[in-house]
Design a protein around this ligand. Structure first.
Ligand code: HEM
Ligand code: NAG
Length: 341
């Protein structure tokens, strides 16, 4: 079994009082020989209808609730960062298998599993036993993005579904909003992704919501420091505080991360960061942390140039979707929730 070598050097230079951080990442994930490369025509003979079926199901789901697009994009991200994009996140807990659904970043938070089940059912009736759940999730995340106004990209396919999951890796590999920018950058580099990928992919916070427990520290902490003193900004902060009290409130009350256009995939998330009004601490740090010299430049660029953001987002989603599972032989699951027996 090939070893994945993954070394990240963080070089800190202090120059004339300026902290400049150069990050070099060597991530030869291509060393992994056990999985053949993904291809664009993987199902062209074995399941030519797969794209239509996924698109139609996602259209219904997004029409009934635009947040469904956000749920699926996040599900794909949380799949890819744990053992690669192998559908491991979809597995239910059983007596013999501990899944990832109860890991800290996922529990009470990841949603959209029944959407994937329903797509899988339709795909299975067209082409039984052919299309992996990991590929279905990757296509559904692309379609979700497009359906709420985001960029399109070509689908590299041929992922296999894992026969295992990792609760431990779900806890250690996935970024959480209370983390500082350097640990979060390190988690992206560890996956073979770049700082640019991190800033662009975080742009999917232009859709979807976060729960009070994930932004409480921020709205009672340095929000007032990063945000300007405008009345609009202050009344937004007051609204957030009213629905997410410092103590005693409901941890699961949600607020959109992009309060300007919550259901539209656009670049307003970055403009919100320029105003210092990011909902998650981790989002705002990309612009406001003195450690985030490179991330700040990228946030500025994407705030001013929506096409540059769309172009990079599409490319980074392909890169994230390319993270493969190096250890698990894989299969095409019949049900996305259980390994085949
Ligand atoms: C950079 C580090 C990241 C951190 C710390 C982070 C953290 C979070 C948190 C805390 C939430 C709210 C969850 C909740 O309160 O239940 C969230 C939601 C979301 N995240 Fe991220 N995230 C990151 C990167 C990403 C990436 C790379 C993607 C996709 C490519 C993504 C897509 C989403 C989406 C779409 C939602 C909304 C989900 C929904 O409405 O159900 N995030 N993220
Ligand atoms: C993703 O993988 C495909 C197939 O191996 C490759 O052709 C493509 O260049 C990769 N793209 C990125 C952005 O990693």
């Amino acid at each position: 079994m090939a070893l994945v070598v993954n070394v990240a050097f963080l070089q800190l230079q202090i120059l004339a009082g300026l902290l400049i951080i150069n990050i070099f990442s060597f991530s030869p994930t291509s060393l992994v020989a056990s999985q053949p490369a993904l291809t664009l025509d993987y199902y062209s003979k074995t399941c030519p209808t797969v794209f239509e079926v996924v698109r139609k199901e996602m259209e219904c789901a997004v029409l009934s609730d635009p947040r469904n697009a956000a749920k699926i994009v996040r599900l794909h991200f949380h799949d890819c960062f744990v053992q690669g994009c192998d559908g491991s996140v979809l597995l239910d807990d059983t007596i013999t298998l501990q899944g990832e659904k109860t890991a800290t970043p996922n529990v009470d938070s990841l949603k959209g599993f029944e959407i994937i089940d329903s797509i899988k059912n339709k795909v299975e009736s067209d082409c039984p036993g052919v299309v992996s759940c990991a590929d279905i999730l990757a296509i559904a995340a692309r379609d979700s993005t497009v359906l709420v106004g985001g960029p399109d990209w070509e689908m590299y396919l041929g992922r296999k579904d894992s026969k295992t999951a990792s609760y431990e890796l779900a806890n250690s590999n996935l970024p959480v909003p209370s983390e500082g920018i350097l640990p979060i950058i390190t988690k992206f580099l560890y996956q073979g992704l770049s700082v640019t990928d991190m800033v662009a992919l975080s742009g999917s916070h232009t859709i979807g919501v976060a729960r009070c427990q994930n932004y409480r520290a921020r709205i009672y902490g340095d929000y007032a420091v990063t945000a300007d003193q405008s009345t609009a900004s202050e009344s937004y902060l007051n609204d957030l505080r009213a629905s997410c009290p410092a103590a005693g409130g409901d941890d699961d009350t949600v607020a959109p991360m992009d309060n300007v256009t919550p259901n539209l995939f656009d670049n307003s998330y970055y403009q919100i960061l320029l105003r210092g009004e990011g909902l998650l601490n981790s989002d705002q740090e990309m612009y406001s942390s003195f450690l985030g010299v490179q991330t700040k430049q990228l946030v500025l660029q994407y705030a001013h140039d929506p096409l540059a953001f769309f172009h990079q987002f599409a490319q980074s989603m392909v890169a994230m979707g390319n993270i493969t599972n190096a250890v698990d032989g894989g299969e095409v699951r019949r049900s996305c929730r259980f390994v085949n027996t």
